[in-house]
Write a protein that binds this ligand. Structure first.
Ligand code: SAM
Length: 399
């Protein structure tokens, strides 16, 4: 991945030479170029700021050096694989940076970051940039920093560690806080009992038991308890207490078709974007098509306070009665990341008739997030050519 950072304090980005990100740079996994905004000024004093029109405190970053700097970055692209970068402008008024966004950005070949200072960057720079490349304003959190550099350090680290090969043990990435909407469980290492100046502090017994099922259950219970205590906002009340059960899953009826159509549009737009495939059925089907789908598949739907928030469907393969085909797995975007999708898949697998030996599903070739989740659930990619171009097919042995 290539990353360009424009700042008036290039030295601020020096920590990106350290630790795993520094190692990834040296190994060629990550190409980070830091540019000094002042080198794009034309006056003797290398001026990058001026007083705001309309009055008020503080200074505003001038448009001309920014336009020149961003144009210089863009000029380094132009190839088919790297036409233009996705420009991220850190700002307290931006979209909150999350682990899900880190995953999305880690899938892009080229990112550029524009570090604001003072009261921010002249608004016309955003227009200039948006005419040349995708632009997203991203906030690190609801507080105000002096400049974008700290935000860039945080974002580059969060994104960079998701790139293949950057973190040695990729397994360690999947169980972390925020990966599925919950915080991580507490962790311990030797000694099993630590003499803390006269106070004996012991590791929970279950971790020493060697009983992997009991350890997994304890860890899950700790994750839920910790998330409820520290970040109740991460838990949809119904999804926390009852998971899928709280959503009253039932078989869909024709009257569900309009809401199903809305949910599938909402759920497949990110797929359309990830795969650059805007003609895929979930995005182009009509309400009538959705109704027809209810006859061809068994479709389940779940609701929160009357709103359709989850659905999935399955059928015995018309070609092979031992194959149970899952599809149209959808969780309302605002409830994503809470583990409901996984529960839905387990539920659909459990509906398989006794004749079914294999669960089958497909997803976009570039739907990295889906592929990660399905791999964690035991689905393996099939080598045979897929039924639909641009997709991959995955299977899992059921019994
Ligand atoms: N006047 C701006 C406002 O109220 O939105 C704040 C400007 S701040 C002092 C200067 C720069 O710090 C911003 O342009 C941005 O680059 C960075 N910054 C400040 N807070 C940030 C945050 N929460 N997330 C990301 N970047 C931030």
């Amino acid at each position: 991945m290539r990353i360009d950072v424009v700042s008036i304090f290039p030295e601020y980005l020096a920590p990106l030479e350290l630790s795993l990100i520094g190692k990834a740079r040296r190994e060629g996994l990550l190409d980070i170029q830091v540019h000094d905004l002042r080198s794009f000024t034309t006056d003797r004093h290398h001026t990058v700021d001026d007083s705001p029109f309309g009055g008020g405190a503080g200074m505003v970053m001038k448009p001309e050096p920014w336009a020149a700097a961003l144009d210089a970055v863009v000029a380094q692209g132009g190839s088919a694989s790297m036409p233009v970068p996705h420009l991220i402008v850190p700002g307290p008024g931006g979209i909150p940076f999350t682990q899900a966004m880190a995953h999305d950005l880690a899938a892009e070949p080229w990112l550029a970051f524009a570090c604001g200072r003072y009261e921010g960057i002249d608004e016309r720079v955003y227009e200039h940039a948006a005419a040349r490349m995708p632009v997203t304003v991203v906030s690190l959190g609801d507080y105000v920093l002096n400049g974008g550099e700290v935000a860039v350090l945080a974002m580059v680290e969060a994104i960079g560690r998701l790139l293949p090969g950057v973190v040695g043990n990729a397994e360690s990435l999947v169980e972390e806080s925020h990966e599925d909407g919950l915080l991580e469980y507490p962790v311990y290492t030797r000694p099993a009992t630590w003499d803390d100046a006269g106070t004996a502090r012991a590791v929970p017994n279950v971790l020493l038991s060697g009983d992997h099922a009991a350890i997994a259950a304890w860890r899950q219970q700790q994750r839920v308890a910790r998330t409820a205590a520290r970040r109740p906002d991460l838990l949809a009340a119904s999804a926390l207490t009852t998971g899928l059960d709280g959503l009253g899953l039932r078989l869909a009826v024709p009257a569900d078709a309009p809401e199903l159509l809305v949910l599938q549009r909402a759920c497949w737009v990110p797929e359309g974007r990830a795969n650059d495939a805007w003609g895929i059925p979930p995005l182009v089907e009509t309400e009538e098509d959705v109704r027809a789908g209810l006859n061809a598949y068994q479709t389940w739907v779940g609701h929160v306070e009357g709103r359709l928030v989850i659905s999935g469907r399955a059928r015995v393969s018309p070609e092979d009665p031992t194959v149970w085909e899952l599809g149209r797995l959808m969780v309302a975007p605002d409830l994503a990341g809470r583990g409901l999708g996984r529960e839905l898949i387990a539920f659909l697998e459990a509906q398989a008739p006794a004749t079914a030996r294999l669960a089958w599903m497909n997803t976009g070739e570039r739907s990295a997030r889906n592929q990660r989740i399905y791999a964690k659930l035991g689905y393996r990619r099939q080598q045979a050519p897929p039924r639909y171009p641009g997709t991959i097919e995955l299977t899992k042995r059921l019994r």
